[in-house]
Design a protein around this ligand. Structure first.
Ligand SMILES: [Zn+2]
Length: 399
């Protein structure tokens, strides 16, 4: 993997680059489509590609449980298995194992004491897919499968072995993702674990990466605490990773400062991925603060539920007013859905619970977000980033 910076955004950490992988180039900043179970929900790979997607990310936790990483390896890796010829990534499984798993059984009201839960970034997967129990030890984590209740034990070595079997171009070190609701002492302990696991992930990766085709990204954690975020960035930076992920469940109001603290420390010449984040306002914030890659389930998850992105904000297509609205979702949108279907038709599909509903909405939403990042990239090339950001955010109402 080679990362080349083409242009920098003046007065900020932002940059435009090209990330070359064995399966092709990714023009950065880029939005990564999430294909949790080796499928971007309700879309086939041609539709994903036509929406402008350059790279797809699968979830280690899900693919390990079903169909099993050995089967994906036998199929020739995740890309071949799912018929996606472009670049691929997998996450480490840490987020899935911990985020809800570790919170399982704890007093939920703890969250509200620290921050308004509505400000928390939505989780990257559906609650029904969460592990039912997770127990963290120094060596790894044991958890109960959400599918059949079977008990599994994942160590950093195991996560890397699974990810090598899945065979994506870019993989992630195993980390512990803590809730911002946890106290400082817990955050410190968790960070120490994440750092030890980063070292162990790297050792295992070097052992397995004999053909040198797979790139490993380390993950910076540290919650909402400035000193811990900076400490984590310093430590992870000191290890021989090919790039970096910025992890954690953020409170929305902390996100930009956390990203800035971290990216001021991380080496400029390596790519950075802000994990699980991808709402329009977050994309501008991330790019401006030096993020190269984003992934988020929002475009497809919202799409399946009938919530659709537009330049003026999200619309709920099931609203009565769309029943006889024969305009496309957006007049000037170049996506397949907008070129061929009306709001009334899509609303009708949702009311009738037709399968095509989720597909058409997801095509538009994915196109909207992927294309937004492309436009942000172009605006940096054209020296119009700040004007574009101002204009977009003036029109876009997030709530
Ligand atoms: Zn469209």
């Amino acid at each position: 993997m080679i990362f080349k910076i083409e242009k920098k955004l003046k007065g900020s950490l932002g940059r435009v680059g090209v990330l070359s992988t064995p399966h092709g180039d990714i023009l950065t900043p880029a939005f990564v489509a999430v294909g949790t179970k080796a499928t971007v929900k309700s879309l086939n790979p041609e539709q994903v590609k036509d929406a402008g997607t350059q790279v797809v990310l699968g979830n280690t936790y899900h693919l390990y449980l079903q169909p099993g990483d050995e089967i994906v390896r036998e199929a020739g890796g995740i890309g071949k298995f799912m018929n996606w010829s472009g670049p691929t990534m997998t996450d480490s499984g840490g987020f899935q194992v911990f985020s809800l798993g570790a919170a399982y059984g704890k007093d939920i009201s703890k969250v509200t004491k620290v921050t308004d839960p509505s400000l928390l970034i939505p989780e990257r997967f559906d609650d029904s897919d969460a592990p039912r129990l997770a127990k963290i030890g120094q060596d790894g984590v044991s958890f109960k499968s959400h599918l059949d209740g079977s008990i599994h034990y994942i160590t950093p070595e195991k996560s890397i072995q699974i990810q090598h079997n899945l065979g994506a171009d870019i993989i992630f070190a195993f980390d512990e993702c803590t809730s911002p609701a946890e106290d400082l002492r817990y955050q410190e302990e968790a960070l120490e674990r994440t750092h030890r696991w980063a070292e162990r992930s790297l050792v295992e990766h070097k052992k397995l990466n004999t053909e040198n085709k797979i790139s490993l990204f380390g993950i910076v954690q540290g919650g909402r605490e400035e000193s811990l975020r900076k400490k984590s960035a310093e430590f992870i930076k000191s290890l021989d990773f090919d790039g970096f992920g910025i992890g954690g469940s953020f409170a929305k109001e902390d996100m930009s400062s956390a990203v800035k603290w971290v990216n001021e420390i991380l080496p400029e010449e390596k790519p950075r991925h802000l994990l699980g984040i991808g709402e329009p306002e977050d994309l501008f914030m991330g790019v401006e603060n030096g993020v190269d890659l984003f992934d988020c389930v929002a475009p497809t998850r919202l799409g399946r539920n009938g919530t659709i992105y537009t330049k003026t904000g999200k619309i709920i297509i099931m609203n009565t007013k769309f029943r006889n609205d024969f305009k496309p979702i957006e007049e000037d949108c170049e996506c397949y859905t907008c070129k061929n279907y009306s709001r009334a038709y899509i609303a009708h599909l949702f009311h009738g619970k037709e399968m095509l509903a989720g597909t058409l909405a997801s095509i538009h939403n994915l196109y909207f977000i992927v294309n937004l990042v492309k436009k942000i990239r172009q605006s940096i090339m054209d020296d119009t980033f700040y004007e574009y950001k101002k204009e977009f955010l003036l029109n876009y109402k997030s709530r």
